[in-house]
Ligand binder design. Structure first.
Ligand SMILES: NC(=O)c1ccc[n+]([C@@H]2O[C@H](COP(=O)([O-])OP(=O)(O)OC[C@H]3O[C@@H](n4cnc5c(N)ncnc54)[C@H](O)[C@@H]3O)[C@@H](O)[C@H]2O)c1
Length: 327
């Protein structure tokens, strides 16, 4: 017997046939190829930003590689343009400093000039800051705030301005802003206090701008990567090694050993999650934090195992991460 309440719900919302029709459309949206978008990715000369730009291009989107490092930006764009496939989007590049509003305006202009309009603005550029909490200097605070917080806000403002112009001709379009936060906005890390604070600020900006711009047809979301193998963690671990009794590899492996899924995150893992936020499949998602971290924020996997074995009197596992002592 069909459930009467359910039937009523279908009449009030969508029939099965309607949903089936919409499903075909959604498959196209996820498949992307019929919905090519024009995307700016800041900080995409390397690392996570590059992986996002590359994967987006491979899904048919056109990208602007926007980076402070001109050489990396040019190389990244050339790499994408060298992919010999008619299904791959185009790439162009622009040198920009994310801490400057005028540079974000330049990146937007580059997208409009190259591709005709802008659909998605991705704020990925960011820096770390390794310092013991008691030693954080005002100069270092200003530097990381400028890049990670001001950079995110300015990117959103420059994109919003362009989206509002475009909406005059296309009032039903959905435009997207995607920011880069981190698991550092959700938990504390030794020697990364200032970095964690900037990523919490990104989360707050994401929610607040999402609320204000929801009626403008603009979604604002963020993604929160975990421990990604690459240049940023090389730098963090080497800075930590310089002031502790552990070497860089031991420090990085200590963090990786504690990731529940059992391996370090790759830039491509992050990019795959971000593809959903780029796609029209996420049109109804705004103010959201997509945590892509292999379960780091769930807690320590090894500590539970240690307790379990100890209770059974079955020897003990070595502590999941060795104590790090400041020199
Ligand atoms: N690596 C991780 O484990 C991790 C985890 C969580 C969040 N994140 C965040 O992801 C983002 C990218 O990290 P990543 O690991 O790819 O870093 P990365 O250091 O590998 O790459 C950062 C890129 O940003 C560029 N950049 C730096 N300062 C800039 C500026 N002022 N203006 C424009 N471009 C600038 C660099 O030239 C570089 O190409 C950052 O916001 C970072 O905080 C990284």
């Amino acid at each position: 017997m069909p459930n009467e309440n359910l039937q009523t719900a279908h009449i009030a919302t969508q029939s099965w046939d309607q949903i089936a029709d919409l499903t075909n459309e959604t498959i196209d949206q996820l498949g992307q190829l019929k919905h090519c978008k024009n995307i700016v990715v800041t900080g995409s000369g390397q690392g996570i930003g590059f992986a996002i730009a590359l994967l987006a291009a491979k899904h048919g989107h056109n990208v602007v590689i926007a980076d402070l490092n001109e050489m990396l930006a040019e190389k990244a764009a050339a790499f994408i343009n060298s992919i010999d496939s008619p299904e791959t989007g185009k790439a162009t590049w622009v040198k920009m400093d994310t801490s400057k509003l005028s540079d974000h305006e330049l990146a937007v202009e580059k997208a409009v000039q190259a591709y005709g309009n802008l659909d998605v603005y991705l704020n990925v550029a960011g820096i770390d800051q390794v310092e013991l909490a008691g030693n954080i200097s005002e100069e270092h605070m200003d530097r990381i705030w400028s890049v990670n917080i001001k950079g995110t806000q300015f990117g959103m403002q420059a994109a919003h301005k362009q989206f509002m112009i475009q909406r005059q001709n296309n009032p039903s379009a959905i435009y997207k802003i995607i920011n880069t936060s981190s698991i550092a906005s959700l938990m504390a890390f030794p020697m990364l206090a200032e970095y964690c604070m900037t990523k919490s600020a990104v989360t707050s900006l994401t929610k607040n701008f999402a609320l204000e711009w929801a009626t403008d047809g603009i979604t604002v979301n963020e993604f929160n990567p975990g421990i990604v193998a690459g240049p940023m963690w090389n730098h963090i671990a080497s800075e930590m090694a310089a002031v502790t009794d552990k070497d860089q590899d031991t420090i990085f492996n200590g963090y990786v050993n504690n990731i529940p899924v059992g391996r370090a995150q790759l830039a491509l893992d992050v990019a795959q999650s971000v593809l959903f936020l780029i796609s029209s499949a996420s049109d109804y998602v705004t103010g959201n934090s997509l945590v892509t971290d292999g379960g780091v924020v769930l807690g320590s996997k090894f500590s539970h195992k240690t307790n379990f074995k100890n209770q059974l009197g079955d020897g003990h596992l070595q502590s999941f991460t060795e104590e790090i002592t400041v020199k």
